[in-house]
Design a protein around this ligand. Structure first.
Ligand code: GDP
Ligand code: MG
Ligand code: K
Length: 299
């Protein structure tokens, strides 16, 4: 569908881990599609959220984040992120008002200087700081890069989020409504389900398993003559010890992960779910780029 005056485009959200990118996306889209966590690097795939109104459609990309690569997965992710940034209409560079400028930001700003896409500085978590502390922060960032707009918000409480949306619309070109109004994500359910399971595993095991665990969905089937959806998934870890932690004493941890994930998956699919979880050790999978696509990473 294309209409005169209708605006649409792609917006990429970047920033250091934990600045609130997923929280913002969830608030705008109003559905749990990006996974929130107090642990860094939870979001490793691109997640698109589609925000549609009468006069515009904004397609958000929650990139894995640009950071200094530590291993091959980091390299790969950074390439994905950089390519994504060149192709979008607008970049939201999100920072945490509480933390101020950090080395991670310097790294990101160097990358931004190499591309022509306009960039907003979005200062998040303003609910955590005194308004007087914002001005020096703004001045500091202004001296480093020519931002198209600077917008302070609280993604958690919603302050100024609508203003930000209005500003975003101004920067979008005229274009078609790419997605139906009721579609909030173009990711297959399979990806969201995998992220929900991964989120439960990370939360329940606390600091004991690394963020490198991956979840592969083996099957999603609606059983005939039944209202139940059957989901089979495998949690991939790098070491036997991690497998032990995920499974837990007498399988209790895995059971708990499964029960909690099932509740969310049932809400997502709107039907009863039978969830079967497996755990597999695959050593050093992060450095095997050839396998990344099998785990759902996309270029
Ligand atoms: P991401 O890594 O950038 O996607 O960050 P998340 O969206 O996962 O948020 C990281 C943490 O910051 C979570 O605990 C959020 O609840 C919290 N957070 C996000 N936005 C705000 C905000 O505006 N104010 C406050 N106080 N906390 C926030
Ligand atoms: Mg995130
Ligand atoms: K730029």
């Amino acid at each position: 569908m294309s209409r005169e005056g209708y605006k649409s485009g792609f917006v990429s959200i970047i920033g250091r881990p934990n600045v609130g990118k997923s929280t913002f996306l969830n608030r705008v889209i109003g559905q749990k599609i990006a996974i929130m966590s107090d642990k860094p690097q939870t979001t490793r795939n691109k997640i698109q959220g589609v925000y549609t109104t009468d006069d515009a459609q904004v397609i958000f990309i929650d990139t894995p984040g640009i950071h200094k690569p530590k291993h091959k997965l980091g390299d790969f992710m950074m390439k994905v992120a950089e390519n994504a940034l060149k192709e979008v209409d607008l970049i939201l560079f999100m920072i945490n008002a509480e933390e101020g400028f950090g080395r991670g930001d310097a790294f990101i700003i160097e990358r931004l200087k190499k591309i022509n896409t306009p960039v907003f500085l979005v200062i998040n978590k303003i609910d955590q700081v005194h308004p007087d502390d914002l001005l020096p922060l703004i001045e500091q960032y202004k001296s480093l890069y020519e931002f198209a707009e600077i917008v302070p918000i609280s993604a958690l409480q919603g302050n100024n989020v609508e203003t930000l949306i209005e500003q975003i619309k101004k920067y979008l070109p005229e274009g078609p409504q790419y997605y139906p109004a009721d579609q909030v994500t173009d990711h297959p359910e399979r990806f969201i389900i995998a992220e929900l399971i991964r989120e439960k595993a990370l939360h329940l095991t606390r600091e004991e398993v690394p963020h490198s665990i991956a979840v592969v969905i083996d099957a999603i089937e609606r059983r005939q003559d039944s209202s139940t959806v059957y989901v089979s998934a495998t949690i991939i870890v790098e070491r036997d010890s991690q497998k032990g932690i995920i499974i837990g004493k007498q399988g209790r941890m895995l059971k708990e992960i499964g029960q909690r994930a099932r509740v969310d998956i049932e809400a997502l699919l709107g039907s009863k779910v039978f969830l079967e979880l497996w755990v597999k050790v695959q050593k050093d999978w992060r450095n095997r780029i050839s396998q990344l696509r099998d785990f759902g990473f996309r270029e």
